[in-house]
Design a protein around this ligand. Structure first.
Ligand code: SAH
Ligand code: F3S
Length: 468
């Protein structure tokens, strides 16, 4: 039996890539298992954004290779960003890998595994590591297969790959290559297929989704290719919610602000990376916008949606960041009032321009700044959640929670909500009255009449807030 376990590190893009690999493997006759110990093949889909993520995967691979002692046919592969970033050099540290696959070659994993397993079955000498790291034209079109999963309500959809920016701290342009977009039609078809299988919410993924289709798809009626894509998805019956990650402040134009006003399925939640609230730092990071522009986008979005939820990425301790720079970041952080944020301590990435800058910030300063923003985030997040107590929120029900009879879902702002429910509610939009709030969760009771209506009737194609 060829049982494969895939462990994923890092971002949603990686999760999506892993799913696509799993779907291809299953189509080839492999079994995808959740139990690492029961697998004959373990694939690590890796992340390179920070050193810590790389070290974790290297440690894991070192630990896993010992399984060969008892099972000589055990297969170990590393795929994704770290494979791309470190290349063959990784084999100095991990000589026992059977497979090293880059970010544009995920679709070839089944072929490679077939070959490895065949030669191991022939019981000859162990074949040399298969290394497949080249760039491949059209690879953006290969991440399209999904695992048919019962009762899956929400799905990631990769709309583009790569990044053409050159933020001085970032390894992603190296690991993910040049920006390439999939055609609108192919994405629409994929989403229609997902909806036919029960999906009600999609999250569109790209390094900079606001650059989607630029250079290949013309603007139409003042609308960027990305907004054209959103408008097409809005039309898909049965799809209830659209999210995406991440836009870039530079490409955030009026047409996208208006999409938030005009498209009812586009959730009023946005992840808009700030990185720093100091213009001086933004310049050093080679981020082509300033805090004034960023604030304007936030104001414009709040003007069309006063309830808008904001999330962001922040780097603390970028080389040369002074107390004043950090204070500026903290002020913007407070002013925007982020509901959610990923706060990163700057991590040196060899080969990026910032790696060799003087004035690297001491680790304990990074740590202190990190803690300060985390505390602020916690307070802001709690305040937002508490403000929702007493309101009725539209919840897309995802599935059972950890406690019996408890179900979980999310409101349009992506806040997790727990409530009593039943299997029949999965995939439905249910109004829930919020009774209690913590930093990370909301607790509530479904509006009973509405449940009967929704759960009893046929699946409604429109969000409940329109039919209520
Ligand atoms: N284009 C993507 C960014 C991918 S990297 C997006 O906008 O979503 C995800 C985040 O990791 C970045 O936004 C940044 O905040 C953080 N990051 C990237 N390189 C880093 C580094 N060297 N050290 C610390 N954080 C980093
Ligand atoms: Fe990285 Fe900047 Fe692109 S953060 S992914 S180089 S926009």
């Amino acid at each position: 039996m060829n049982r494969v376990f895939i462990k994923t590190y890092g971002c949603q893009m990686n999760e999506r890539d892993s799913e696509a690999v799993a779907a291809l493997l299953r189509a080839r006759g492999y079994a995808i298992v959740d139990d690492e110990a029961a697998a004959d093949v373990v694939l690590l889909n890796t992340c390179s954004v920070r050193d810590q993520a790389e070290q974790k995967a290297i440690g894991k691979a070192g630990y896993l290779k010992r399984r060969r002692r008892t099972n000589p046919r055990f297969v170990l592969g590393v795929m994704g960003c770290m494979a791309q970033n470190r290349g063959r050099d990784l084999l100095d540290q991990l000589p026992d890998l059977d497979l090293l696959v880059g970010t544009q070659k995920f679709h070839l994993v089944p072929d490679h595994l077939d070959r490895i397993i065949e030669s191991l079955a022939a019981q000859g000498p162990r074949p040399a590591t298969i290394v497949d790291l080249a760039a491949e034209e059209g690879s953006q079109n290969t991440i399209r297969d999904h695992l048919p999963q019962e009762k899956r309500v929400s799905a990631f959809v990769s709309i583009m790959q790569g990044c053409n920016m050159s933020c001085t701290f970032c390894i992603v342009p190296k690991t993910r290559g040049e920006e390439r977009s999939r055609p609108i039609e192919a994405i629409v078809e994929e989403v229609e297929g997902l909806v036919a299988g029960g999906v009600r919410e999609v999250t569109l993924l790209g390094q900079i989704v606001t650059s989607y289709g630029r250079g290949t798809i013309p603007d139409r009626a003042g609308k960027s290719p990305f907004v054209q894509l959103l408008e097409r998805l809005e039309q898909i019956p049965g799809l209830a919610r659209i999210r995406f990650t991440s836009p870039h402040p530079r490409g955030f134009k009026r047409d996208l602000v208006e999409a938030y006003r005009d498209l009812s399925k586009l959730c009023e939640y946005i992840h808009l990376p700030l990185q720093s609230g100091s213009d001086r730092m933004l310049r050093a990071m080679n981020r082509p916008y300033n805090v004034t522009l960023y604030r304007r986008i936030v104001d414009d979005l709040r003007a069309v949606h006063p309830e808008m939820y904001f999330s962001t990425d922040i780097i603390v301790g970028f080389p040369g960041e002074t107390d004043d720079d950090f204070t500026a970041t903290r002020e913007v952080f407070r002013e925007v009032g982020y509901d959610m944020a990923y706060i990163f301590k700057y991590s040196i990435r060899t080969g990026t321009p910032a790696a060799t800058l003087p004035d690297q910030v001491p680790q304990e300063v990074k740590e202190a700044r990190n803690q300060e923003l985390l505390a602020l985030l916690e307070a802001q997040s709690l305040r937002r959640n508490q403000a929702l107590v007493g309101t009725v929120q539209e919840i897309l029900v995802e599935g059972p929670g950890r406690r019996p009879e408890r179900f979980t879902g999310r409101n349009r702002g992506n806040r997790v909500v727990h409530f009593p429910g039943s299997d029949r509610l999965i995939g439905r939009l249910v109004p829930v009255r919020i009774e209690r709030a913590t930093v990370s969760s909301l607790y509530g009771l479904p509006e009973v009449e509405a449940i009967h209506e929704i759960a009893g009737g046929p699946a409604s194609a429109e969000p409940a807030r329109h039919s209520a």
